[in-house]
Design a protein around this ligand. Structure first.
Ligand code: ZN
Length: 292
């Protein structure tokens, strides 16, 4: 497969919402960017602070989400925005926002995808770098109950297999899905899949002052008998969301990646860890560079 050309959006586009964690109203503005710019987030509520590149080097440790910081500004919960950009293969974009957290929207990437599709795309001259995974890598979670590995794939593409199993007493049933990435399969198969949380977890978060505006209509909240006050969009929506998270987190590599990732209960921190492994290991032989 030949490297593809980089893309940006044809015109600015906006989305309004509120942050699931902080509850802050936020306007997210997507702006076109020149080739080789990559994705960067800029806090316009902190005037004068530079954009934060959305790459592994700027990721800061967080629980159950992806956040980036350049030391003077940070942005929380970028993963569903990143997934929308990566899913549509928009490589160069400046994302401005006026709050510390990206909008939660409906808990999926769907609203960001719709906003970006309305902005349309422009193909640029430079080719997109591709990291081709040639070796095998693996990383386990500290609790030894989660794992993600990466290895070569014969077809020059990105494949993610995800197994979700929270045990026999969990209201979230075991799910396994193998997903072969393309913009088309992303839009039809992943973009709509919403984030999920247990009722006990959201209760604990609210007692700590987080998630005050979140209701069962905003995302999937699982009680002991299943989803509360909402309906699944697909029987395997949860595993689809976990793969959506992977697509957003893998985009922190700043290039396309061709390989087969196999994840078992992996979350954002493990996703970042496997990306760091394949990133450090990449050599000129593995990276199809843009011709001069
Ligand atoms: Zn997510």
């Amino acid at each position: 497969m030949q490297p593809r050309r980089q893309r940006t959006i044809a015109r600015p586009a906006e989305f309004h919402g509120f942050g699931f964690l902080t509850g802050a109203d936020v306007t997210l503005r997507f702006l076109p960017a020149e080739e080789n710019h990559g994705i960067a987030f800029q806090r316009i509520d902190l005037p004068g602070t530079p954009p934060i590149p959305a790459t592994l080097e700027y990721v800061v440790p967080r629980q159950r989400r992806t956040a980036i910081s350049n030391g003077v500004a940070s942005v929380e919960l970028i993963e569903h925005v990143m997934a929308a950009l990566a899913g549509l293969q928009i490589d160069n974009c400046l994302v401005q926002l006026n709050a510390p957290e990206a909008p939660g929207a409906d808990g999926s990437s769907l609203d960001f995808v719709k906003t970006l599709l309305e902005a349309d795309f422009t193909e640029q001259s430079a080719l997109r770098d591709v990291l081709v995974i040639g070796d095998a890598y693996s990383v386990r979670g500290d609790d030894d109950r989660s794992e993600i590995s990466a290895g070569p794939v014969f077809r020059r593409t990105l494949v993610v297999s995800y197994e979700l199993d929270y045990g026999p007493r969990s209201p979230i049933k075991p799910q396994l899905l193998t997903f072969e990435f393309s913009p088309e399969t992303f839009v039809t198969g992943l973009a709509y899949a919403r984030t999920f949380i247990l009722e006990t977890e959201i209760t604990a978060l609210k007692s700590q002052g987080y998630g005050s505006r979140v209701t069962p209509a905003d995302l999937l909240i699982f009680g002991t008998d299943g989803v509360i006050g909402n309906q699944l969009r697909a029987a395997d929506e949860c595993v689809r969301h976990k793969i959506l998270d992977c697509i957003g987190d893998f985009a922190l590599l700043g290039c396309d990646v061709h390989g087969h990732f196999r994840a078992y209960r992996s979350g954002h921190n493990l996703n970042h860890a496997i990306c760091r492994m394949v990133s450090v290991a990449r050599s000129p032989l593995h990276l199809l560079k843009t011709p001069a």
